[in-house]
Design a protein around this ligand. Structure first.
Ligand SMILES: NC(=O)c1ccc[n+]([C@@H]2O[C@H](COP(=O)([O-])OP(=O)(O)OC[C@H]3O[C@@H](n4cnc5c(N)ncnc54)[C@H](OP(=O)(O)O)[C@@H]3O)[C@@H](O)[C@H]2O)c1
Length: 466
């Protein structure tokens, strides 16, 4: 199959790194950027790789200059910038050309754009890219959505630039239109949960056990040799061990504890709830970021409410087990959302392949993912990752420790929203009879909604209506 000529628009953090990656793999590349002065600057940065690089004045000038068939990657912020780029490109491109949106698009937009772009004869690929700048430069994890034919035409290049796990490319097409961006969105939702769980455990060690950041960094470093081995635990160890250049104290102490939650984490929760799912660990992580953003309110709260935090006595082994159980829940809830979306949109997502594509290059890569891929290839009771024999075994072992951690934290006034949410999910899914009998009774009482009887029969009413 003839490879199209390749173009990339948007030489920001991700676009520049991805462009160098493409060049490094021996492909020629055309580039353009909104702020034109960035183009010669980037050509300079490319050094010897610039031999195969052609810079252009604008997106349209680039598209016009590229030999057909053309594949143009947009690496710009999600939203209006993508729509404007597409509108400009549709003036120039034609049959056989492809527009690739490699930003963090809302998959609903990708579905709409696929229809709009493909109705004009140009193909569209929605491509989620994970791994930050380092991943984009040396091999990201890539989650694509589009037709099989557009994937077939680009597969060679995309696999070449992707991360490799034991030689296998961490890139695949997961379905049509928005499937790739949806998988990337859920990836980011899991990332939110995992980061929050790690931060909560850091908080317990710091403010409950009184450990210094560098000491906690060493604990994370040691955990990174065990079942918690992962990119996020590894970089947490590095961040906690780092020293601030200005104060000479721990680098984390120079950072304001405030984070936003504008995009993919929130979309994961919105989509989960819309599909009748709950991803409680991810929701908790999004909530924790929202509360963190209210820095001034929290400062007032410390004065006005001032509940205070008590010291903790907790084993490092319990904390490690609690974090492991929380991480399993984050993945499990992510896959439950993917399952619901696969049904709703008819995507037939291959969960084992998704886990495999996440094994290297991406932010949520961890030692668990190979086992997760294996679990989805094996006999998974009721399709639930937490019931896979290997994971059920880990959870049976970890949950008593997780209970001790959550109970001690709550009793001593340390907020652990994601750990508590993950534990509540596990406890709820391990109870054959919960407490929703009363909710159904209440609903029937005030609204004559009816309920199912344990001895058979639907839509029955309680004695309060006799
Ligand atoms: N950073 C990450 O770790 C990461 C990871 C995965 C995915 N992503 C996604 O990748 C995309 C790019 O992110 P980034 O981190 O590379 O962003 P960035 O460093 O801020 O760069 C943004 C690029 O988009 C261009 N741009 C901004 N607004 C534009 C507009 N209205 N029209 C045309 N071009 C515009 C900028 O051009 P100027 O030079 O003219 O400003 C710049 O080239 C986003 O969708 C992001 O969510 C980022």
């Amino acid at each position: 199959m003839t490879l199209p000529s390749l173009g990339l628009y948007g030489l920001g953090t991700m676009g520049s790194a991805l462009a160098l990656n493409i060049l490094d793999n021996g492909y020629g590349l055309h580039v353009a950027n909104r702020t034109t002065s960035r183009v010669p600057e980037f050509v300079g940065e490319a050094g010897a790789l610039a031999e195969n690089l052609t810079g252009h004045e604008s997106l349209v000038a680039m598209a016009r200059a590229m030999p057909a068939p053309r594949a143009i990657i947009l690496m710009v912020p999600a939203g209006g910038a993508v729509d404007s780029g597409i509108a400009e490109l549709l003036e120039v491109l034609g049959d056989g050309d492809v527009i690739i949106d490699a930003g963090n698009a809302d998959f609903n937009d990708t579905r709409r754009r696929t229809d709009e772009v493909e109705s004009s004869g140009v193909a569209f690929l929605g491509m989620g890219v994970s791994g930050g700048e380092e991943g984009a430069r040396h091999g990201p994890s890539i989650m694509a959505g589009g037709t099989e034919s557009v994937w077939a035409g680009l597969r060679e290049v995309i696999e070449a630039i992707s991360a490799k796990f034991e030689g296998a490319p961490c890139a695949d097409r997961f379905g049509p239109d928005g499937a790739g961006h949806f998988v990337k969105t859920v990836h980011n939702g899991i990332e939110y949960a995992d980061m929050e769980l790690i931060a909560e455990v850091y908080g317990l060690m710091r403010y409950g056990l009184g450990k210094a950041p560098a000491e906690i960094g060493k604990v994370f470093g040691a955990w990174n040799d065990g079942p918690l081995k992962s990119y996020l635990v590894e970089i947490s160890a590095e961040v906690l061990g780092a020293v601030d250049r200005i104060s000479g104290g721990p680098a984390v102490d120079a950072i304001v504890d405030r984070a936003g939650q504008k995009g993919t984490g929130r979309w994961t929760v919105i989509e989960a709830l819309r599909m009748g799912q709950s991803a409680s660990a991810i929701e908790a992580a999004v909530a924790a970021r929202s509360w963190s953003a209210e820095k001034e309110v929290r400062e007032a709260g410390a004065e006005i409410l001032g509940f205070g935090r008590e010291p903790l006595e907790l084993d490092a082994a319990d904390l490690e087990a609690a974090l492991l159980a929380g991480r399993i829940v984050a993945y499990a809830q992510g896959f439950r959302i993917l399952d619901a979306a696969s049904d709703e949109f008819g995507w037939s997502l291959d969960f084992a392949r998704i886990a495999e594509v996440w094994r290297a290059g991406c932010i949520i890569r961890s030692a668990l993912l190979d086992g997760i891929a294996g679990a989805f290839r094996g006999d998974l009771p009721m399709g639930q990752l937490i019931f896979a024999p290997a994971f059920a075994g880990m959870l049976r072992e970890a949950v008593p420790a997780m209970r001790r951690v959550v109970a001690a934290s709550v009793a001593a006034g340390h907020p652990v929203p994601a750990l508590a949410a993950a534990l509540a999910f596990l406890e709820s899914m391990a109870l054959a009879r919960g407490t929703t009998d009363l909710i159904q009774g209440q609903r029937d009482f005030f609204g004559r909604h009816g309920f199912d009887r344990v001895d058979g029969g639907a839509g029955r009413h309680g004695p309060w209506w006799d």
